[in-house]
Every structure is written in C-alpha cells, then in structure tokens.
Design a protein around this ligand. Structure first.
Ligand code: PLP
Length: 386
C-alpha cells in the first residue's frame, strides 16, 4: 500500500490554518534584531521594546556575557550527554547548590526549559486516581501536561480560594503561578499555603516572579513569606538566559532524578550556561538597583496609564491593558508600532475570548521617558479608534 499523499493529514493542516486565518488569529515568527534589548529592530526600523520578559535587563548584559564566555573557556561547548550519563558537570552542581542556598530548598533539579520542567513534574508525579487542581489561568505547559496525565485535573477559578476548597475533596497536587504571565497579578500564596497545608501539596511556577520580587529577588514565595512543597523557577526571563529548575526536598529530588523523563532522557544544558546562570544568581542577589529601577518605571507607568479604560494595577513589570476584541487589540498595537513602540497584542487562545489585551512589559533597561512616550502614543491611538 502507498500512503504518499496522506490526504487526512493534508486536509487537517489546511483546515486548521484556514480556521486560524478566518478568526484573524494567525501567528507569525518575525526576525527581530535586538529582541533582548530596550531598542529592537525589525526590517531596519527601530522600536522601543515593550514585549520582552527580560525584566532585569540581563539578556544582553556584558558582565553576564563575560561570565558565559568564561564558562566556555572552563568547560567547552555542549554538555555531551544527559545528566545521568556524563552531562552533569561541576558547573551544574554549583548551580544546583547556589539555587538551593538562595531559595531555601534541599534539592534543585535542572531542566532545559520551564515547559519541560512543568511537564516532567506532572507526568513524573501523578498517577491514575490522583487529583490535580490548577488555577484556571496557569500556563499552557501546566495545563497541557495536566490534560494528558492519567490524573483527574480540575481547574479552580482564578485566585479563588473558595473555588479551590470546593474541589479539594481528596489529597491533591495544587499548582499555581506566583505571578500570572498574562495578567501580571500575584497569586494569594499565603492563603493557598494555609488551604493546602494538610490536604495537598502546593507547587508554584514562579517563572515571572523569580528575580523580580523579594529583597534579593527570591521571588513570589519569599515575598509572601511561604514555602511551597515544590517551586519551579525558569531562567528565560529575569535571569536573561534559558532553562529551569524544580526546587524540592531530598525525597522528591531523588524521585525526580529517577523518574523525571525530561531530565533523565534529555541532554543536560551546556555547562557554560550553568556557569553563567550561577553568575546571574549573584547579579540578581546583589544588583538590587535593577529592581529599584523597575519600581521607578512602574511608578511612572501608573501615573501615565491609570486614567485609561482597561488599565490594570499590578505589582509586577507585567502591565496588561484590557481592550476586549482581538481586532481592537491588533489595531491599537499596530498604531503604536507605527509610532515606534513594539508591544504584543495578546489574543485568544492565549487568553479567554473577549479579553484580548496589550501586554506591556517593563525592563530595568527602559527609561522613564520611554514609558511617558508610550502613554502619549497610546492616548492618540485610543482616540483614533473610539
Ligand atoms: C508561567 C510560565 N511557566 C513556564 C513557562 C515556560 O518556560 P520556558 O520558556 O523556559 O519554557 C513560561 C513561559 O515561557 C511561563 O510564562
């Protein structure tokens, strides 16, 4: 039999792409120069970058580049194997130790991305008959793993303790984000810790809180003065690099070392990257001026934007402006782009229908004037569409 034409796959692909096009939701990969800087370039035009997650301005920081170069001198290029084979170097060990000391856990297990760390946790830990409770707005990596895992997954209303309590009918794994990636709001971690104390394990994905919140950037849990059972931190945002770690106790660490498939069966991150990440921890701890600068920028942002409809107050550098329909969000984003501001219109399916928004992110590399300029162009754009 010959299957060369694969009509079913072809039809599926064509239909899915057409459905996206018709809804105006087609996404595009663009080639961006300087996407890790406050000013980026696209097709030779320059824009102020309000879209990156490089909150502390480390993604293009020279001190960190030098550390990575030093890591290459010391350890060479790739890790050469997965961690349980020969891929785990002293640089990886030092990174795990630094993370544990900084964040107050006994063990840290490294992953090449936050996506894989989240999937590894859920697939590694949960079995049929288990209950997984997730905040409704958790990241796709958590939701997808929950849906595919053999456990029963239920979603509680966003940051709603009563909704969680109703679903907490047996021992469970409860997962929330520390800072929600699309809304920039904080999870009520102290209350969640109290609710889960006796009946559940609490896992916090702090991709957007680590480095940003807490005195030395220890993140949302430190800021809320709680210790979750499991903490996931990612290195692609405030760390300015990439990768992730799951922090936990000795027993869970031993278990994940055996059974976290994305750790066991995946090439370890380059040792030079682990070396740079350890250096980044030192920078995050000691260079508090980066967080202070973010504080100043947030203050100016509030001053300039709080009078607009759709303004949302957040304690974090993630600043959503709710606009409703996807077409409106795209229209306003395009107008801002024409004035030299690069920001993303976030549309369904990333956010619920009717809640399309501009997602503005501040980084410590921005100037106060850049935020003021953005506000004045936003006002013009809104006047034009209303
Ligand atoms: C809350 C959250 N968790 C996990 C991830 C995935 O992390 P990574 O980009 O390292 O795969 C992201 C975003 O990218 C995120 O926003």
């Amino acid at each position: 039999m010959i299957f060369s034409t694969m009509p079913a796959f072809k039809a599926r692909i064509a239909n899915a792409l057409e459905a996206r096009r018709q809804k105006g939701l087609t996404r595009q990969v663009r080639t961006i120069e300087g996407g890790n800087q406050a000013k980026l370039f696209h097709q030779k035009d320059g824009y102020v970058n309000f879209s990156s997650n490089d909150y502390l301005g480390l993604a293009n920081d020279k001190e960190l580049s030098l550390a990575w170069q030093k890591g290459i001198e010391l350890y060479g290029n790739g890790s050469g194997a997965s961690p349980l084979v020969t891929g785990f170097s002293p640089a990886h060990q030092n990174l795990e130790t630094a993370l544990c000391e900084w964040l107050g856990f006994s063990r840290a297990i490294l992953f090449s991305s936050g996506f894989s760390a989240n999937q590894a946790l859920i697939f590694g830990l949960l079995e049929k008959g288990d209950l997984l409770l997730q905040d409704k707005l958790n990241h796709a990596s958590l939701m997808e793993a929950g849906q595919l895992s053999p456990a029963t997954m239920k979603r509680f209303l966003h940051n709603d303790l009563n909704s969680l309590k109703k679903l907490l009918t047996q021992e469970a794994l409860v997962i929330t984000e520390g800072v929600f990636s699309m809304d920039g709001d904080l999870s009520p971690l102290a209350e969640l810790r109290a609710v889960t104390k006796d009946h559940a394990w609490l896992a916090v994905d702090d991709a957007h809180g680590i480095g940003v919140l807490g005195e030395q950037g220890q993140g949302s849990c430190h800021y809320a003065n709680i210790k979750p059972d499991i903490l996931i931190v990612t290195f692609g945002k405030a760390f300015g690099l990439s990768g992730a770690a799951i922090l936990c106790n000795e027993e869970v660490g031993d278990y994940l070392t055996q059974f976290a498939r994305h750790h066991v069966y995946s090439t370890a991150i380059p040792p030079s990257q682990a070396y740079a990440l350890t250096h980044a921890i030192g920078m995050i701890q000691t260079q508090s001026w980066r967080r202070e600068k973010l504080g100043e920028l947030q203050h100016i942002y509030r001053e300039c934007f709080s009078r607009f409809d759709g303004y949302v107050e957040t304690e974090t550098p993630i600043k959503p402006i709710l606009l409703g329909e996807a077409s409106l969000a795209i229209d306003v984003a395009e107008q801002l782009k024409s004035k030299g501001h690069w920001l993303t219109a976030i549309r369904p399916p990333t956010v619920p229908n009717g809640t399309a928004r501009l997602r503005i992110t501040l980084t410590s590399n921005h100037t106060l004037e850049q935020v003021r300029q953005l506000a004045s162009c936003f006002e013009e754009a809104i006047e034009r569409v209303s």
